[in-house]
Design a protein around this ligand. Structure first.
Ligand SMILES: Nc1ncnc2c1ncn2[C@@H]1O[C@H](COP(=O)(O)OP(=O)(O)OP(=O)(O)O)[C@@H](O)[C@H]1O
Ligand SMILES: [Mg+2]
Length: 358
């Protein structure tokens, strides 16, 4: 699939701007703080209904205005479509001009794989970042997953509040059971989705990584959850009760989930070199793109923010050569040149876009 056109109105430093994209590689280049990442953010917003940079929607509205609008027109194999988002006091979504109720209703229309400079350290960062990676991928492919996550987080918060009341206000312990069943029931479903998708990524990443390392590195991704077996979720939660009373929060569950990457049976967050980590994140992103393709039989759009800042030329080339027919949108401070690849260039200067063609 690919995005044909994006229209921005009062989106961050853009007043009114329209961008026509090519279905192959697009390079948005320009100096710092001109609005390159903002464009990727607008596309991501139309795909996932939220920003990848902030949880505060208002931040995306131009500081001198009180609303923003984004319109993204896309093409898929057999149809075209349009997503509109308006943010003012409320947030409104439209699919092909028809208003939809919830953020999650727009999921599964525009599929993206996002790669930002922060991803480079994903294996050495806190587990939250790796859970985010899983959440973004799974939400696009299984929109119900977002409902489950929201419900889980709400229930978890209530359970944690109650645990604090037990600890500090001597509330009765047996009342905790109300939350346990609910939490285990939702958590179990999330666990199953994560297990399924890590397995899918695992199948893809092996060949990709062997290919990019001249068959030297055998890569494996492993799901790390303190649940282990979904059928024992409730049992585990109950067993951890004394610990939870002591700590005043829930110590067991999918909110602590993580995954690890092994190269030739060694955990790369511990033993991996800088270079191996960089190559592994590239393989992980390519595996994500292929997993999405397998699910929907459309190539997801690949968004590469500041791609050249953290990666050397060989890796950048390796990455782009391994991309199939995906539309790619790359931001960079310098123009990206690639042999044998046609690139459409856009220069950005202070919220104004100049389409320079290929
Ligand atoms: N809500 C907003 N209203 C107006 N301008 C904004 C808003 N949010 C951000 N900006 C402006 O947008 C610009 C930053 O945009 P962006 O992050 O896309 O830059 P960039 O071109 O990707 O820069 P870099 O190369 O440093 O990553 C800054 O000039 C910032 O002041
Ligand atoms: Mg940027």
């Amino acid at each position: 699939m690919y995005i044909k056109k994006i229209k921005l109105e009062n989106f961050r430093n853009y007043e009114k701007q329209e961008i026509i994209l090519s279905e192959n590689i697009n390079n948005i280049f320009g100096d710092n703080a001109q609005g390159k990442t903002n464009i990727l953010e607008a596309i991501f917003l139309c795909s996932l209904g939220k920003s990848f940079r902030t949880n505060q929607d208002k931040e995306m509205v131009n500081t001198c205005k009180d609303y923003l609008k984004v319109e993204t027109s896309f093409f898929k194999k057999d149809r075209e479509g349009k997503i509109n988002i308006e943010i003012n006091k409320n947030k409104n979504f439209y699919i092909n001009d028809i208003k939809v109720k919830k953020t999650s209703d727009i999921l599964g229309k525009i599929y993206v794989v996002l790669f930002t400079p922060q991803d480079i350290n994903i294996f050495k960062s806190e587990p939250l970042r790796r859970r985010r990676f899983l959440n973004i991928m799974i939400s696009q492919l299984r929109p119900i997953y977002v409902h489950l996550l929201n419900k889980y987080n709400k229930t978890l918060e209530q359970r944690n509040n109650y645990l604090k009341q037990i600890k500090y206000e001597n509330k009765p312990e047996y009342m905790l059971d109300i939350w346990d069943e609910q939490l285990a029931d939702i958590g179990k479903k999330i666990f199953i989705y994560r297990k399924e998708f890590i397995e899918k990524i695992n199948k893809k990443i092996k060949d990709i990584h062997l290919n990019t390392t001249q068959n030297k590195e055998n890569i494996e991704i492993k799901y790390k959850s303190n649940i282990i077996d979904e059928n024992k979720y409730l049992e585990k939660l109950k067993k951890a009760k004394n610990m939870d009373f002591q700590k005043g929060y829930t110590t067991i569950g999918i909110h602590r989930d993580d995954f690890e990457i092994f190269i030739n049976n060694q955990n790369i967050s511990v033993y991996g070199s800088q270079g191996q980590q960089r190559s592994s994140i590239i393989s992980l992103k390519l595996a994500e793109a292929e997993t999405i393709y397998d699910e929907i039989e459309e190539y997801p759009i690949i968004l590469l923010d500041d791609f050249t800042s953290e990666l050397d030329k060989t890796r950048i080339k390796g990455f782009l050569e391994n991309i199939k027919q995906n539309q790619v949108i790359i931001t960079s401070t310098e123009k990206i040149m690639l042999e044998k690849k046609q690139i459409n260039y856009y220069n950005i200067n202070n919220g104004k876009i100049n389409n320079m063609g290929g």
